[in-house]
Write a protein that binds this ligand. Structure first.
Ligand code: ADP
Ligand code: ZN
Length: 214
């Protein structure tokens, strides 16, 4: 299965990609995670990318396209993958299309997770990520007054992303409307798009996605 998970920042792409990966076996590829890993490794690419990311802007197309080409050509992607956060511009969509065509492959589906803007801001402002296991959770999930530990792996490896600050979030939402929304229209034209209501618990949203994929 080759899938694109599409949606604005905070729609729940990462959460759902992990669920699909666990249940359906296709590998999650998140350009955001790949870029943050490059940053943590201190590579030149990672440090350059961080400047764009922290300001809420997109990293240049050739950088992310290069990352995706490398990652998807590894052996563990042979039986499929879930793209989370890619493509985010029309040139990225074109590159992906060409890349897959070159291998005689194509996308099976593009799932668009739809969430109103008012809710996105609230989700992103209170978001915590776990360095140890990759889980993502929200401020309101923690017990009041208790030390914040990961709700999945129980370690204290939680952090708030540098771009989960109000100004950066606002810029990311603007960037989405300006540069990423056209990608959805294009996939719709290509007959690949399925829209999913992204409001509700992760399990409820996952059930809707499974319905579409079956
Ligand atoms: P979110 O979807 O919540 O914004 P991501 O982890 O997917 O989070 O992306 C974080 C940042 O990484 C983006 O704001 C952008 O700067 C960069 N990034 C991720 N994917 C892409 C992409 N396909 N093209 C350009 N920049 C990207
Ligand atoms: Zn954890």
């Amino acid at each position: 299965m080759r899938l694109v998970l599409f949606g604005p920042p905070g729609a729940g792409k990462g959460t759902q990609a992990k669920k699909i990966e666990a249940e359906l076996g296709a590998l999650q590829i998140s350009t955001g995670d790949l870029l943050r890993q490059a940053q943590a490794d201190g590579t030149a690419l990672g440090l350059k990318a961080a400047e764009y990311m922290n300001a809420g802007n997109l990293v240049p197309d050739e950088v992310v396209v290069g990352l995706i080409e490398d990652r998807t050509s590894q052996d563990d992607c042979k039986s499929g993958f879930i793209l989370d956060g890619f493509p985010r511009t029309l040139p990225q969509l074109e590159s992906l299309d060409q890349m897959l065509k070159g291998k005689g492959e194509g996308l099976d589906r593009v799932v668009s997770i739809e969430v109103p803007n008012s809710l996105l801001m609230e989700r992103l402002c209170g978001r915590y990520s776990c360095k140890a296991c990759g889980a993502v959770m929200h401020e309101r999930d923690f017990e009041e007054g208790a030390p914040k530990v990961c709700l999945t792996c129980q370690t204290d490896a939680l952090y708030q992303r540098a771009d989960d600050k109000p100004e950066a979030i606002e810029q990311r939402l603007r960037t989405f409307d300006d540069q990423t929304a056209p990608v959805k229209a294009k996939y719709e034209q290509m007959g690949l798009l399925s829209r999913i209501d992204g409001v509700g618990s992760p399990t409820a949203v996952f059930d809707r996605i499974k319905e579409v994929l079956n």
